[in-house]
Design a protein around this ligand. Structure first.
Ligand code: HEC
Length: 110
């Protein structure tokens, strides 16, 4: 019983850490630099005032789902040919593993 409670607690701690610490490729200017255009919801560790793109809200990210998030990061121009969001996968700025990590991070946002 106590063990189960401990396991649950550590899972919750891991989940909230994941929600608060963006992968480095989210902030690195030579990688995603997602914060150059996007804000994160209240409660996320990293702050940005930039609003070129929409605020990345957890509820919206989960509504989109992991597959769509990966697709958007891979090449947002497939959904909107006019978008200013760079095609990170197509331009090889991010590899498949980095895109997966970002999709997981977005999916877990508050
Ligand atoms: C140069 C600005 C810019 C950068 C850098 C950028 N984005 Fe975007 N992003 C946008 C814009 C603008 C949109 C709005 C959709 C459109 O233009 O079609 C968008 C849309 C999105 C969406 C869909 C949001 C929704 O509610 O539909 C996600 C998810 C997203 N971006 C994630 C990222 C991630 C992750 C990164 C970093 C790897 C990133 N963006 C980097 C500009 C940017």
């Amino acid at each position: 019983m106590r063990r189960a409670a401990f396991a649950l607690l550590s899972m919750a701690a891991a989940a909230s850490a994941a929600a608060q610490q963006p992968p480095d490729v989210f902030v690195r200017p030579d990688k995603g630099h997602c914060i150059a255009c996007h804000q994160l919801p209240a409660g996320a560790a990293t702050e940005s005032r930039n609003d070129v793109g929409p605020r990345l809200e957890g509820a919206r990210m989960r509504e989109l789902g992991r597959a769509a998030l990966r697709e958007i990061i891979e090449d947002a121009s497939k959904r909107n040919p006019q978008t200013v969001m760079p095609p990170f996968g197509r331009h090889r700025l991010l590899d498949a593993g980095e895109i997966d990590r970002l999709a997981e991070y977005l999916h877990a946002l508050p």
